[in-house]
Write a protein that binds this ligand. Structure first.
Ligand code: ZN
Length: 273
């Protein structure tokens, strides 16, 4: 049985990560991590892709086709599979994660802090302002890990996506948000690895012109996937984009739990033999 941390850098496209995430790039270049390119599912929109990343299903099967569907998902997720095997999970994430996997719609007065609670995510800290600092969010995630030792931890930042919407895809502000998130991870990933966890860092989608996303172009769909941990096959493998449907079963494998029958089997071996 393993532990896993999944970091979703919201809106961090592949090229932005390559340009700005020097710590993660270093770990891949130095043979300490794997780097892949992933093609996001469609629509290249946040809420449908949160559902995809955590269930392994495309939008037409998990049923979340836009950002405004606030009902809880029916499909099995990494969270529910964990719980089904008596394991625990935690999330420091945008409130849509609470709506998808805990209860929707979000009640600001009751749902911001959900610690030692019911549901598939036993420990959750949820924010609802898109400019909630990534530096604080990542430390919220570390607080959950340190306090509750969950088997599965989701850390989900928003500043890269938000600055893209406000200032545009090529803006200094968006690049700075990516540099800051990467720098914060440089402090935390070593702690997570030292605790024996696997770490996966990816994004839901990238961004096209004007910082917008939702459609079907490489700029909106290409996202990075960095993997770290003891048995990860290290190196840079970015020539052939991987399916985003493989992230959820990959995380299940990191955790040592059975993927749901609906999840696709990845056609890549992410692990050393
Ligand atoms: Zn997003």
């Amino acid at each position: 049985m393993g532990k896993a941390v999944l970091v979703i850098l919201d809106g961090c496209g592949f090229d932005l990560a390559t340009e700005c995430c020097g710590y993660l790039e270093h770990m891949a270049e130095a043979g300490q991590a794997a780097k892949y390119k992933v093609q996001s599912q469609l629509p290249s929109m946040s809420r449908p892709l949160y559902a995809t990343l955590l269930t392994g299903l495309p939008a037409h099967r998990h049923g979340v086709g836009n950002n405004w569907i606030s009902a809880k998902l029916d499909a099995p997720s990494v969270f529910s599979l964990c719980r089904g095997e008596g394991r625990t999970s935690a999330a420091a994430a945008y409130y849509w994660i609470s709506e998808l996997f805990q209860h929707g719609p979000f009640d600001h007065a009751r749902h911001r802090y959900q610690l030692q609670g019911e549901g598939d995510i036993q420990h959750g800290l949820y924010y609802f302002e898109d400019d909630y600092p990534d530096s604080h969010l990542l430390l919220d995630a570390e607080f959950l890990r340190h306090s509750f030792a969950p088997d599965f931890l989701l850390a989900h930042t928003m500043n890269i996506d938000h600055t893209g919407h406000l200032y545009g895809t090529g803006s200094m502000q968006r690049s700075l948000a990516a540099i800051r998130a990467d720098a914060a991870l440089a402090s935390l990933v070593p702690l997570w690895l030292a605790a024996g966890a696997y770490v996966a860092v990816t994004a839901d989608h990238g961004a096209g012109a004007h910082g917008l996303h939702g459609g079907n172009t490489p700029e909106q769909r290409a996202v990075p996937l960095y993997l770290l941990g003891p048995a990860i096959r290290k190196g840079v493998f970015v020539n052939q984009p991987l399916s985003q449907l493989w992230v959820a079963p990959l995380v299940c494998r990191m955790l040592g739990i059975e993927p749901s029958p609906e999840m696709e089997k990845p056609e890549v071996d992410f692990f050393d033999a």
